[in-house]
Structures are given as C-alpha cells and as structure tokens.
Design a protein around this ligand. Structure first.
Ligand SMILES: *[C@@H]1O[C@H](CO)[C@@H](O)[C@H](O)[C@H]1NC(C)=O
Ligand SMILES: *[C@@H]1O[C@H](CO)[C@@H](O)[C@H](O)[C@H]1NC(C)=O
Ligand SMILES: *[C@@H]1O[C@H](CO)[C@@H](O)[C@H](O)[C@H]1NC(C)=O
Ligand SMILES: *[C@@H]1O[C@H](CO)[C@@H](O)[C@H](O)[C@H]1NC(C)=O
Ligand SMILES: *[C@@H]1O[C@H](CO)[C@@H](O)[C@H](O)[C@H]1NC(C)=O
Ligand SMILES: *[C@@H]1O[C@H](CO)[C@@H](O)[C@H](O)[C@H]1NC(C)=O
Ligand SMILES: *[C@@H]1O[C@H](CO)[C@@H](O)[C@H](O)[C@H]1NC(C)=O
Length: 670
C-alpha cells in the first residue's frame, strides 16, 4: 500500500537452492535469547475492549424466508468460485536479504505448515488463489542465475535508490517452487510484471511463468497502484490515467510480439489504490475496450484505514480502541465497496472479472488488537461475502509477516531462529478465507445475496447462497459481544414459501457450523466447527480437535428451522447434505510435520519428492504407521511419512545452516 509492507514470503516458504530463509526484525520487536523468547510485533498482546451492545439493541428473533430456486430471486450475484477469497504476498521479501539467517545448499524446501494451510482451502474451494506482487514487483528482475546459486536476492545496485524500493533479482527456481506448491496444494498464481521502465520492459517473468506454471498462472498484473506512482517518485508529477493507458499499451504490444508468451490474454490492470484516481478515470481512457483481448481481469486495491502513524510516524496517530467499532458492523464492508459498485457493473458489461487485488484491515501493518483479533475474522468474512454479492469476482488479503508490526492477518511463520521450537501462528482472517471456501464450495456455480436480515440491522447481517440454482447455505453473523447470552439471536429460516421437504421446501433438518470466540477482542480461543489452529506458535497448518457440527431439527408443521447465533459468532447453515459434504473433507489432505529429534518440530519437505508423492492424507499417514518410535516426539505426532523426504535435523541455533547445508539434513526411511 502506501508504504510497502515488509513481508516474509520466504519465511512462509523456506526457499532454497542455496538460499534463504529471511527474517528481518520488527521495528519494535525485542529479541532475547531463544529460551526466553520475547515475541516480536506479530505477537503483540494488546487486547481491546469489545464495544458495548448497540442502543437500541437489534431484535434477537427474526425470520428469513428463502426461495428454493434462484430463478425466483431478484438481485443475486454473478456466479462465484470457491477460491473467491485468497492471499496477496508482497514480492519484497528480499528487502530482508541483509538479515539472512539460513542458507541451504543444493535443494529447495517448502514449509509444511504453509502447504497444509493452502491444502485446507484447496480441498474446500477446488483451488487457492495467491498473488505474488506489490510495490516491489515493479523493480524485480528474473535472471538466468545469481552468483552462489541463490534463487532470490536483493539487487545491490538498485538497493540505494531513494524510494527505498529494492530491486530484486530472482531465478526460475522461484517459479519452479511455485509450480511445486501448485502440484501439492492446488494453488493458482497471479504474478506481477515489472513496470518501472516501459522503455526497457523485462518480460522474463511472463515468459518463464507461462512456461513453468502453465494454467496455474492465472494473471499477470501490469502496474501496481499507478495512481500513487508520482507521489512515490516513480513517475513525473504529471502522470495521469492517460499516461498509464499508454504504458499499458506498450506492454500489450510487447507481449503480443513475444513468441515466448503464448497466452496473450492474462493481463490485469489498472489496480488503482483509489487514492488520487478513481477507477472511472481509467475506464474513461478507453482502457477496457482498447485492451479487451489482453485483459484477464480488472482490478482495484484498497484498505479501509491505515496505521502509518504508529508504524512510520506518518499522519495522525489513531487509537485502536476508537477504531475497533468501525470493523464490527455490516456497514464496514458495504461502505468500503460503495466506490466500486459502478466499476463492478462496467466490468460485468465488458465480460471481465473485477478483483480486489490487495486489501486488509489497515495498511501500514494493521492495528494491534483489531487485525489480530476475532472481530477481524467476522469483518473480513462479511466484507468478502459483500464483495461477492456486489459482483466482484475475487479478493486477496495481503499477508504480513511477523516483522510487520501488528500485521498478522492470515498466518505467520516463527522467526527463523525460533522455528525449531515454535510453530506457526494463524491469524483470524485465515479462518475467514477458509470459511468463504466452504460458503461458495468447489463447484464454481454459487450465487450469493445479502438478505438485509433483521430489518437490515448492521449487527446481524445474513446472506443466502445458491449453488447450481438451488438454495444451499445460509451465512449468519452476530457482531455483538455478550457472554450472558442475552444477545444471541435466533434466525427462523423457511424455504419455498411453506412447502415441506427438500428440494423445494424447508428441509427436515439442517447442519450448522459455528465460528466462535468468547469476544470480538479474543486472540487465541477461536474455533470453527469445534476445531482450531490454536494460539500463538501452536499450528502446523492443520485444524486441531474434533469436528463439531450441530444438527438442527426443523419444525415440519411450521416449515421452519431455528438457528441460534451467539454473540459474537458466525453460523454457516447447510440446507442440503451435498452442500455440507462437498466442503467437509473426511480425510483432510495434509502434509504432516516430520522431524527426527526430540525438540525439533518444524520440518521442511523436499518438494520434488513430495510432488511425485502427491501429498499424503492423515489416513495415509496412519496406514504408514510409526517407524520413528523413540525418535519422533514433537508436539504433534511426528512420523516419517514419505520415503525419501529430507527432514531437517537441526534447524536451530548456531550449528545449523551456516554453510554445510545438506549434510545437516537427515533422510527418513520408512
Ligand atoms: C535470533 O536472531 C536474533 C536477531 O538476529 C538475535 O538477536 C538472537 O540472538 C538470535 N537468537 C539465537 C538464540 O540465536
Ligand atoms: C531466561 O530467563 C531466566 C530467568 O529469567 C534466566 O535464569 C535464564 O538465564 C534465561 N535464559 C537465557 C537463555 O537467557
Ligand atoms: C527499473 O528497475 C530496474 C531493476 O531494479 C533498474 O535496473 C532500472 O534502472 C529501473 N528503471 C527505471 C527507469 O527506474
Ligand atoms: C519442482 O521443482 C523442481 C525444481 O526445483 C522442478 O524440476 C520440478 O519440475 C518441479 N515440479 C513440478 C511438479 O513443478
Ligand atoms: C459501523 O461501521 C461504520 C463503518 O466502518 C462506522 O462508521 C460506524 O460508526 C459503525 N457503527 C456503529 C454503530 O458502530
Ligand atoms: C450483480 O449482477 C447481477 C447480474 O447482472 C445483478 O442482477 C445484480 O443486481 C448485481 N448486484 C449488485 C449488487 O449490483
Ligand atoms: C473458548 O471460548 C468458548 C466460547 O467461544 C468458551 O465456551 C470456552 O470456555 C473458551 N475456552 C477457554 C479455554 O477459554
């Protein structure tokens, strides 16, 4: 966003071929010796107060009368896909190369928790969408090789440029890594094409990206927040939407002339921050009609607020407690989207998807106590569903690392030199993305409508989701916090105007999954259908605990189903068996963490081995049985799963990594 978020793409993905896990300290982080680890910013303990119950309080009883067939419903969204919500990861990792802590030689390693987190979503949504890009994409260059065999490195020559955006060099190995992730966890990628110098275009990422990723490359972003280029000193002060239009045309022509880029129609623009320019200012240049044959999608980027004062001393300071209520009602998402409703209909008329390419609760790292608390899970899910209802076709939440103060939206890997004894931390918005996958399902034929529930009360919004033309699910939110139960509500759902029984009337019973926490301010005790990713440093990317699904028996005389929603909470109501089963994996595909020593419980997997193994499910794992008796003894049950997986013997402290690389990696025989 306004200042590039410093990110840890590489701490999410321990890349190597001789490289790198990069960790850059948080500006305000205190770092102590390992045994007395002091958490960096991502683990800020700030807990806010939940806002009081609104006055007047919303009614705690309301009815939702639904049509069984979409044909009778006015105002349904366009057709939506399972991976509607995805992730955006800044390319700029390499900002942190100075802080290199780990260097492996000769091979690539993927982080198991990351693979699990992606597989969870892929299994429910059919695929996962991730964008690698951001401000740093503009000055990145894909090169044939980097001395020392590194896969990614900060370009030392451009590092001193006054805008502080580092040039970034990377090799095809990074693209192979993405391909490996795709093979393992159904991830599809958006990549950014460098656009800082349209007189000397660098198209290698498009060429190599298409060659290696094929159909798993779903878009190439051309220009990131061009409305901020002049403010950031990347273009002259006069830079206008028409200048962007012209430069985009230069790119289109170059790609059309490049035989090594076979698919010409993958481009994405204009990705305005909606700061100095509105999207309409770009549409008015003739952008869409001129480049329709090249455009895969149209995009915008936006954050509702910023925390730049706390992070960088820019602008006026904001008090998180004062900001908190702004995230805790249905108006929040609606007002964020209002400036784009016209663009959504322009996009639809042009037959192009409209994407929210980068967003989150606040730029400059988010707010402590908001961005990392349960309330933001409700906010992000409601905002996401509102975008879907408003005819966006996807939205990507920007993922921060722990080195970005407060920014713990989705998932954070532990600091490199702590990763031997700390596991990952899963932020609240990861739950939102997972649940949106269940809300839309894997079939790519869902439509959603905002029900204006409870007389359009802003604290109790609800949506209905149709799949293949039939009512499938209902999503119910309660933004209030009241542990007494007095503000839990009961939604009385009926289908088909009084007809009995599926498929045309009210079902005899429905299943309900709850997303709950004791308060919107809660950071640790968050569960989805009884399962959790745990608190700080507790996750290996798999849901923990037993699946807990409520069955509600409906009143077949009255043709009503009564579903309760606690304060705070979210309920996803499944109106048919298939609506439930298709998003409730019986054998979650996971990549168990594997390790060989008593204290070490973070492992990495050689992707080329796993790629051919096609991953392993929990059930496979059981069949394989334990051969690691007496050795494997980490926090989860650690077993060797895949013949030939290299596991990390000593990923910690000192000894490690320093150079001998593979010699320190163990090989597990099953
Ligand atoms: C971990 O890294 C930090 C930052 O570089 C350093 O200050 C600290 O001493 C390291 N801890 C250990 C146990 O190596
Ligand atoms: C951790 O803290 C304890 C007590 O505060 C101290 O005795 C110990 O030496 C510390 N350990 C390290 C590795 O600094
Ligand atoms: C664009 O970025 C590349 C790579 O960092 C750099 O070499 C080049 O000088 C930049 N061009 C302009 C016009 O800024
Ligand atoms: C995984 O990456 C390696 C290079 O590191 C590459 O040779 C291989 O083709 C990749 N596998 C897939 C399935 O993309
Ligand atoms: C609801 O959210 C909006 C937008 O974020 C905010 O302006 C408004 O004050 C909130 N309403 C209440 C009653 O908190
Ligand atoms: C979304 O598009 C559909 C189909 O064109 C339309 O009926 C609906 O009104 C649109 N929704 C909004 C919120 O504009
Ligand atoms: C976690 O939150 C639930 C309500 O969401 C509550 O019932 C439970 O007691 C809490 N558990 C702990 C350990 O605080």
């Amino acid at each position: 966003m306004i200042l590039p978020t410093l990110l840890t793409f590489l701490s999410a993905l321990h890349v190597s071929h001789a490289s790198v896990t990069v960790y850059h300290q948080a500006p305000m982080a205190a770092q102590s010796a390992a045994a007395n680890y002091t958490a960096p910013a991502a683990y800020d303990p700030t807990i806010l107060n939940a806002p009081p119950i609104p006055n007047p309080a919303p009614s705690v009883q309301f009815t939702l009368e639904l049509q069984s067939s979409s044909q009778a419903v006015q105002g349904l969204s366009i057709v939506q896909n399972g991976p509607f919500l995805g992730f955006s990861i800044e390319t700029s990792v390499v900002n942190q190369v100075r802080e290199l802590k780990i260097e492996f030689k000769h091979s690539s390693f993927l982080q198991v928790p990351f693979l699990n987190l992606m597989a969870n979503i892929g299994q429910r949504a059919g695929s996962v969408h991730i964008r690698i890009g951001g401000n740093t994409q503009e000055t990145a260059t894909l090169v044939a090789s980097i001395p020392d065999g590194k896969a990614i490195e900060k370009d030392k020559v451009s590092a001193s440029n006054p805008t502080r955006t580092p040039g970034l060099l990377f090799t095809a190995e990074i693209i192979y890594m993405l391909a490996n992730i795709s093979a393992l966890a159904k991830v599809k990628w958006y990549l950014g094409v460098p656009f800082n110098d349209t007189a000397n275009l660098r198209l290698q990422i498009a060429e190599v990206g298409q060659a290696i990723l094929g159909d798993n490359l779903i878009g190439l972003q051309v220009g990131n927040e061009p409305d901020l280029y002049s403010a950031h000193g990347h273009r002259p002060a006069t830079y206008s939407p028409f200048d962007y239009f012209g430069e985009f045309g230069t790119m289109v022509q170059a790609i059309n002339n490049d035989a090594n880029i076979p698919a010409k129609n993958k481009l994405i623009g204009p990705s305005v921050a909606t700061g100095p320019w509105t999207p309409e200012m770009v549409w008015d240049t003739g952008f869409i009609s001129s480049y329709t044959n090249s455009l895969a999608a149209l995009a915008v980027e936006h954050y509702p607020d910023d925390n730049c004062a706390a992070m960088y001393g820019l602008g006026s300071p904001k008090d998180p407690q004062t900001e908190f209520p702004n995230y805790l009602n249905h108006t929040a998402g609606k007002s964020l989207i209002a400036p784009y409703l016209n663009s959504a209909s322009i996009a639809q008329a042009a037959g192009k998807p409209l994407l929210m390419f980068e967003t989150n609760s606040a730029s400059c790292g988010g707010f402590p106590g908001i961005s990392d608390a349960f309330g933001s899970a409700l906010w992000a899910l409601d905002y996401g569903l509102q975008m879907a209802y408003s005819n966006f076709s996807g939205a990507l939440f920007h993922v921060g690392g722990q080195n970005v103060y407060y920014n713990v939206c989705c998932f954070v890997s532990p600091p490199t030199n702590q990763s031997t004894f700390h596991k990952w931390t899963i932020g609240p918005i990861y739950y939102s993305i997972l649940i949106s996958a269940e809300t839309f399902g894997p079939n790519g034929n869902s439509q959603i409508i905002d029900l204006n529930a409870n007389n359009a009360n802003a604290f109790t919004p609800a949506y209905a989701i149709y799949e293949g033309g039939n009512i499938a699910r209902v999503a119910l939110f309660n933004y209030m916090t009241d542990q007494s139960g007095a503000n839990s509500y009961t939604a009385t759902i009926s289908v088909g105007g009084g007809q009995t029984g599926a498929p045309n009337g009210t079902p005899a019973q429905v299943k309900v999954k709850y997303l709950i926490a004791p308060s919107v301010a809660e950071k640790h005790n968050i569960t989805w259908a009884g399962q959790t990713f745990g608190s700080t440093f507790e996750s290996d990317g798999r849901l923990m605990g037993n699946l807990d699904v409520n069955t509600v028996t409906c009143d077949t005389n009255a043709n009503t189903c009564q579903v309760q929603v606690p304060a705070p909470g979210f309920a996803l109501v499944f109106l048919t068996d298939s609506a439930f089963s298709e998003v409730t994996p019986e054998n979650p595909k996971t990549f168990p963490t594997t390790s060989m020593t008593r204290t070490l419980n973070t492992a990495t997997v050689d992707p080329s081995v796993l790629a051919t193994s096609n991953g392993h499910s929990g059930s496979d794992r059981n069949k394989l049985g334990s051969t690691g008796k007496g050795r494997a003894n980490g926090a989860e049950s650690l077993r060797e799963v895949v013949p030939g997986i290299f596991v990390l013997l000593a990923m910690g402290l000192g000894a490690v990594m320093a150079g001998s690389g593979i010699a320190r990696l163990g090989r597990v025989h099953v």
